[in-house]
Design a protein around this ligand. Sequence first.
Ligand code: DX5
Ligand code: ZN
Length: 217
Amino acid sequence: MIKVSPSVLAADFANLGSEAKRAEEAGADLLHLDVMDGVFVPNISFGAKVIQSIRGYTRLPFDVHLMITDPARYIDDFVKAGADLITIHYESCDDQISVLKQIRSAGVKASISIKPATPAFILEPLLDYVDMVLVMTVEPGFGGQSFIPDTLESVRSVSAMVKSRGLNIDIEVDGGITAETIRPAYDAGANVFVAGTSVFRADDASAAIAALRSACV
Ligand code: DX5
Ligand code: ZN
């Protein structure tokens, strides 16, 4: 069974509480929250305070994607804000294992992400410390970009590593996921799908999520 994680980056920022509720009512499994610091990526979105403000509006687990430099400094803030799962970027820090341990010891699920150009094999030593791997299927920083088909190779590599080690790790893809691009990502081994534009900008979010699910049947 796949999981759909709508990204609020494509939602109405003036009404994030009701947008979170709308995603839940439309059948989402998680809510994806993209944190950008303007340094790790060339865009600024929102931080822990905004996430905490949305927390009371939905029971969906919060899937927090940190696109920030030196994430260790802010893990506690995102845990307190209500994160259920925190993703850090491989490229954003030097000692990924210690940050992943920090996340897990705060009682939250830990995940590591790679940008499209980062080779998947570098994840091998980190797999014992994560609950999920996020393979970026666009360059991080902006919503509404086109899915990069070459990234499917990384999804396949991660899936093969996870299977050969017999681990129970989710594989999430993020960027340009639509009812058309979801199937190849699913076939490559992904089971968690971030969808910003294709859900929040659809006329009917519930039909959009249903279309994502039915593309994987
Ligand atoms: C990009 C973000 C994505 C983005 C996806 O840096 O990590 O989560 O919101 O948006 P869409 O689905 O519109 O590509
Ligand atoms: Zn994201």
